[in-house]
Design a protein. Structure first.
Length: 277
């Protein structure tokens, strides 16, 4: 998943649970990674057609569809080819091509029905805007299924919490990792963060793409979203780079903090926490 994970529980893990979690993460990677030849996403990139997905994939594609509509097509899982031509490719060349691939429109390219994705052309899917948050949810469900009900799953900034006592989480300053923008309390929900400097490889080149323009977002530099699930929180952390919170609030229930390139910080009115900037 490109980052370190940590799982903290109050009770000891039952025998075999670590191996079960590792196997589920591997299966997720084998489905959605555009960085490995044997993934389902790589097969889709080579040949158009109808591809069955795992049973739980419907939640992910439904979330993307809602984000696509709520952001007027700015958030899309079809940005993969654009990222490749910008240098964020399988070999991590980090060298942008002169001709940047445009992002295809959802309506003209894919259809989701009965657990299968039908593509009309070779497409490079990239579910990085919400996939890690969704995998955090999946790991949390495995813990609950094993009888664990007090835990924190932390995928380096994408967090799900369960338990009677809330936790305090510092919001790391995107320009200085020794400082915090603020602190929030998280209770039985998810907090996901995104920053344009986390995966940046050149002047103005990073992984958060506006699908309507094919260009990296430049007005917002960091976001934090709190929602009931990691799937929604992760997707909203990306959407907050590209759409106004008031517009997203018509579709989603969430709290947020976001920092602009000017240094200004904006927060939701009922955020359970405090800001230092």
């Amino acid at each position: 998943m490109g980052t370190r994970w940590q799982v903290d529980t109050v009770d000891p893990l039952p025998a075999g649970l670590v191996e079960q979690i590792a196997a589920r993460v591997e299966a997720f990677d084998r489905t959605y990674s555009r960085f490995r030849d044997d993934s389902l996403v790589s097969a889709i990139a080579r040949t158009p057609g109808s591809y069955p997905f795992p049973d739980d994939a419907g939640e992910l594609f439904e979330l993307y569809r809602r984000l696509y509509e709520a952001t007027d097509a700015a958030v899309s899982p079809l940005v993969g080819r654009t990222l490749e031509t910008m240098g964020y490719d399988r070999g991590y060349s980090l060298r942008a091509l002169e001709q940047r691939a445009p992002v295809p429109r959802w309506e003209d390219s894919i259809a989701w029905h009965d657990g299968a994705l039908t593509t009309l052309r070779p497409l490079v899917l990239d579910v990085g805007a919400a996939g890690k948050g969704y995998l955090v949810d999946i790991v949390g469900r495995l813990l609950v299924a094993a009888g664990l009900h007090e835990f924190v799953v932390d995928a380096s900034g994408d967090i799900v919490h369960a338990g009677p006592a809330p936790i305090r989480v510092a919001l790391e300053h995107p320009l200085d990792g020794t400082k915090a923008v603020g602190v929030v309390e998280l209770a039985n929900g998810s907090l996901c963060a995104s920053a344009s400097n986390r995966r940046a490889w050149g002047d103005g080149l990073h992984h958060i793409i506006d699908a309507t323009t094919g260009l990296p977002a430049d007005r917002v530099i960091a976001t934090w979203a709190m929602a009931k699930t990691g799937l929604e929180a992760d997707g909203l952390a990306t959407a907050l780079f590209l759409a106004e919170p008031a517009r997203l609030a018509h579709t989603f229930d969430f709290d947020f903090v976001r920092m602009f390139a000017t240094g200004r910080v904006e927060r939701s009115p009922h955020l359970n926490g405090e800001l230092f900037v």
